[in-house]
Ligand binder design. Structure first.
Ligand SMILES: Cc1ncc(COP(=O)(O)O)c(C=O)c1O
Length: 462
């Protein structure tokens, strides 16, 4: 992967470690370029190479890097009171941020539980569901149904409900084996003789089937991402799917948990993605964009019905940094930036622009099966054969190749892959800062095209 491309100065990203380091990296034995500064949509490394951040890391940097409003709010909170344990005190930032999120969900009785990351937010949601069911006399409801090709976190609980075979295998942990239903994935699952609306209903009915098989009295909750992010390359369900999910959950007393850790926080052009897709979930989880990458911050938002029950009987849970004052101050400042810079409207508008750029560039590409997404959240699914949708039989590491080629082009994007009929089907997730300019979006699409050309032409086997 090292070396020049068309005479450009390129980066030797992710090469084997030249020397020992004290850090256990995510993917040893590779080393990573050292990020030393970041501003707006750009990250610069120690060698001066600039990267256009077209995935916000992993749908994190919604207000861009180095935003002065957020930086200033953090400084101010540090000067005032960085932390006071919420087992003893509440604090103004967590109260104010909870109020803002309650306003966003439009339920005056909703409650918010703050934690530090997506896995914690989902773990909290699972415990809320179990403890709620027990409190209402349904202690046998312990099973949580989820979907294939999903990722809800890396703790035992959240990995147990994740349908990501690679991550489950890699953890080598004794996970709970609960039912998983197929995702709503029209490109590959909609039958030829079926309308999109019919497919949406059929796909949701898999949930009813799974509840009946598990025994309706045993199921506590169903968890899904309203728009699947990195596990499938940004797949939104057709209208009707989530409404049917809601109906089925209601019919069988099952709580619906919407994991909006990637697709929420304004990414799709509304604060919550579900606002555009169907009715309200019982519990919604947020992370990544809620703190914008400035601090570790996550939130589990529960509706008034669950809150009332748990406030009466108590919620047995907790982490040291629940409701951390400085983290919540940063989250509050992110909310301010959304309001002051009209980021929801901009996400919707620039998202349409991004969609047009991607469709122009890749809509007819022989190796792109689909360009899809909502707002500033888009995905490309790549195939070896566009007609048959067959994946790459001899390139299990193609997603890694794409990530490295993109970094070589000075681009951060988020590739992943699934396996279909034994072949690797890669996808690329794009989630740029909602503050990105149209020129930056165009530049990002150019860089992505160059990176893809490099990977597809090289036939580089991993
Ligand atoms: C949809 C979704 N849920 C949960 C998580 C876990 O979040 P974290 O890595 O912050 O624990 C992720 C992380 O990528 C995610 O994409």
């Amino acid at each position: 992967m090292a070396g020049g491309l068309n005479g450009r100065n390129v980066l030797n990203a992710l090469e084997p470690l030249p020397e020992m380091t004290a850090v256990l990296y995510r993917e040893p034995p590779f080393q990573y370029p050292e990020a030393v500064s970041a501003e707006g949509s750009w990250i610069t490394d120690a060698r001066g190479q600039r990267y256009l951040d077209m995935s916000g890391g992993a749908a994190v940097s919604c207000v861009g890097h180095g935003h002065p409003t957020v930086v200033q709010a953090i400084r101010q909170q540090l000067d005032t009171m960085a932390f006071a344990h919420t087992a003893f005190f509440t604090n103004t930032p967590q109260e104010a941020l909870a109020e803002r999120l309650r306003g966003r969900i439009g339920d005056d009785n909703a409650r918010v539980y703050f934690s530090s990351g997506g896995s914690e937010a989902n773990e909290t949601a699972l415990k809320l569901a179990w403890q709620y069911q027990r409190a209402v006399g349904e202690a046998s409801r312990q099973v949580v149904i989820s979907r294939e090709h999903s990722y809800h976190g890396n703790t035992f609980g959240t990995l147990s409900v994740s349908g990501n075979p690679g991550r489950r295998r890699a953890s080598a942990a004794p996970l709970l084996d609960w039912p998983r239903i197929p995702p709503c994935y029209p490109l590959r699952e909609q039958a030829g003789d079926e309308s999109l609306a019919q497919y949406a209903q059929r796909s949701a009915e898999a949930l009813e089937q799974a509840i009946l098989e598990a025994g309706p009295g045993n199921v506590a909750a169903f968890i899904c991402e309203p728009v699947v992010g990195s596990s499938l390359g940004v797949v939104a369900p057709p209208q009707g799917y989530l409404a049917r999910v809601r109906d089925i959950c209601d019919r069988y007393g099952v709580l619906w948990i919407a994991d909006e850790i990637m697709c929420g926080s304004g990414r799709t052009g509304t604060w919550f993605a579900f606002e555009q897709l169907g009715p309200q979930p019982d519990i919604v989880t947020l992370a990544k964009g809620i703190g914008g990458g400035y601090v570790p911050l996550a939130a589990t938002v529960l509706n008034g019905r669950i809150a009332e029950v748990l406030e009466a009987g108590g919620f047995a849970h907790g982490h040291t940094y629940v409701g951390h004052a400085t983290a919540c101050a940063a989250g509050l400042a992110v909310q301010t930036v959304f309001d002051e810079e009209n980021l929801l409207e901009r996400a919707a508008m620039n998202g349409r622009h991004l969609a047009a750029l991607l469709n122009d560039r890749f809509g007819q590409h022989p190796n792109v099966a689909e360009v899809r997404g909502m707002g500033m959240f888009h995905g490309l699914e790549l195939v070896a054969d566009r007609e048959t949708l067959a994946g790459f039989h001899d390139r299990p590491g193609i997603a890694t190749d794409i990530r490295r080629a993109a970094m070589t082009e000075g681009l951060v994007c988020y590739p992943g892959s699934i396996t279909v009929s034994g072949a690797t089907v890669p996808h690329i997730m794009l989630a740029p800062p909602l503050t990105a300019t149209v020129d930056e979006l165009a530049e990002g699409v150019d860089r992505l095209a160059r990176a893809l050309a490099r990977v597809l032409q090289s036939g580089n086997h991993s």
